[in-house]
Design a protein around this ligand. Structure first.
Ligand SMILES: *Cc1c(COP(=O)(O)O)cnc(C)c1O
Length: 494
């Protein structure tokens, strides 16, 4: 029963208890960040081992103390996680999270604005708008680009894909649908494009046959001559090309396509030009790398991922669109049960009209806070240093007789271990090297001293280090090389 004056529901935490548990948690987190380099990158446990640690699956029937929950949770997570904040974490494209981002997420969750509608999130909507504007300026496109924060790179690309389709469809696709569009709609990207494009093809009803995979040249860039030939052939065959996707830092090796040339081809054929910069586009902020991204201002849409090279904690992606009206044109609807429009003099920006989500969290706050903590110049320094470290790893690998340096672009280096003498037992030398390096990668990933991922380059199984990590130093790179050599030798002996 509730009395008339105060309910005191079980989920409430008293002010004193909140303070106590909060301080406990913050103390633990301060130590966690402080000691992150001294602990393993990962516990390397199997899912079964983890399940055992987690214990009983029984649904709790009754409540227990908040202190006890956090004491146990902190223990579970600190001892049995993979820590991408570790200075030797170089796997996939996952950054070291900025501590200010974790504080911002706590604050965002406490205020809990629903950033789907302005009236439900007055300050949060304004902060998201400002963040989007800052991100556009940061990567060097006019602040007139608009957009929306989303959960990550996949969603940023998918959000842009549908805007492109709505804008370029031969008929009103929102009402007529794909079947009645008349011609088969096609889109173009290089072989190096991330898997989101396959999800888009399937989810949005085109089928994967609608993807025109354009070959890459010797530098792994989209072959723009082949692109234009394919477009012309498809037009001749009465198809409807509508979209070209360029990579600004491909997910595997960090190659930036020739954006200017692709933009010119799009212009000639009236196609939407989308740039997937989920990983690489923040490097455009560094003055001496800006020329790599020439042509970015021609992009009709851009995907970027603050949870990659802007070091935001997961999740934060962003879609930018040159003419932001294309987003509401694609996503807006006005149900009778919403009273969100604002006044005639001052119409509201309601983010539910700009993308897939309806109710939306306040993910802008962590991005906005970090941009203020270090400013554009702080980011220029960190991103430049990440690239320098990646180049350093490459050049050290070049010098080492037991390593082969394979590629280096932006902050991604690929390399492989080359034993000085081999016991290849009937295998070809290349097969032997591939099997050694695959075993080596698995050993390194479970060992907990360093975390690398892999890339297959021209048939070579490579170790891949992507440094989007403001905690990494030259000392870490030297140690990583020593670890690779030691473990590589041991794999060969097994
Ligand atoms: C990481 C990445 C993606 C996917 O981003 P998520 O944040 O993992 O969804 C898409 N494209 C490129 C080029 C990427 O690097």
């Amino acid at each position: 029963m509730t009395d008339n004056n105060s309910r005191n529901a079980d989920l409430c935490i008293s002010r004193e208890d909140f303070r106590k548990t909060g301080y406990y948690l913050i103390d633990k987190l301060a130590d966690f960040y402080g000691n992150i380099a001294d602990n393993p990158v990962t516990s390397g446990e199997t899912p079964n081992q983890i399940r055992e640690v987690l214990g009983s699956d029984a649904l709790p029937e009754n409540g227990q103390s908040v202190d006890a929950i956090f004491e146990r949770t902190v223990d579970l997570l600190f001892k049995h996680s993979l820590f991408n904040g570790h200075p030797k974490f170089f796997g996939y494209i996952t950054s070291s999270p900025a501590p200010i981002g974790s504080l911002a997420d706590l604050l965002a969750a406490a205020i809990n604005p629903n950033v789907g509608a302005n009236i439900l999130s007055p300050m949060a909507t304004a902060i998201e708008k400002q963040t989007v504007k800052w991100l556009a300026e940061f990567i060097g496109v006019p602040a007139s680009y608009g957009g929306i924060l989303v959960s990550g790179g996949n969603m940023a690309n998918l959000t842009a894909f549908l805007a492109a389709r709505t804008a370029k469809a031969p008929k009103n696709i929102k009402e007529e649908g794909l079947i009645n569009a008349g011609k088969e709609m096609l889109f173009y990207c290089s072989k190096a494009t991330h898997t989101w494009i396959e999800k888009a093809a399937v989810l949005f009803g085109h089928g994967t046959n609608a993807i025109r995979w354009i070959p890459v040249d010797n530098n792994n860039k989209m072959d723009t001559h082949a692109l234009e030939q394919q477009i012309e052939k498809d037009i001749k065959d009465k198809k409807q090309p509508f979209l070209v996707i360029a990579n600004a830092g491909d997910v595997s090796t960090g190659v930036v396509d020739n954006l200017s040339e692709i933009a010119a081809i799009c212009k000639r054929h009236d196609l939407w030009f989308h740039v997937d910069g989920a990983y690489g586009i923040p490097a455009a902020v560094v003055p001496h790398y800006a020329s790599l991204f020439e042509g970015i201002k021609e992009a009709d849409s851009i995907a970027l991922d603050p949870h990659k090279w802007l070091y935001a904690p997961l999740e934060a992606g962003c879609t930018l669109v040159k003419n932001p009206q294309h987003l509401p044109d694609t996503y807006s609807s006005h149900p009778v049960y919403y009273n969100f429009d604002g006044s005639a003099e001052e119409p509201s920006t309601n983010y539910y009209e700009y993308g897939f989500q309806n109710s939306r969290g306040f993910r802008a706050l962590k991005v906005w806070a970090a941009l203020q903590q270090v400013g554009k110049n702080g980011y220029i320094k960190m991103i430049d240093e990440d690239i320098e470290l990646s180049k350093y790893l490459f050049s050290e690998a070049q010098k080492h007789p037991e390593l082969e340096a394979v590629t280096q672009n932006l902050s991604i280096t690929t390399l492989r271990f080359i034993p000085t003498h081999d016991e290849q037992s009937g295998m070809s030398r290349e097969d032997y090297l591939n099997s050694i390096n695959e075993k080596l990668l698995n050993k390194l990933q479970q060992g907990g001293k360093v975390f690398l991922s892999n890339a297959i380059i021209g048939g070579k199984y490579c170790l891949r280090a992507c440094i989007v990590n403001f905690r990494t130093s030259r000392k870490d790179i030297n140690e990583v090389i020593d670890i690779i050599i030691k473990e590589g030798r041991s794999v060969c002996e097994e």
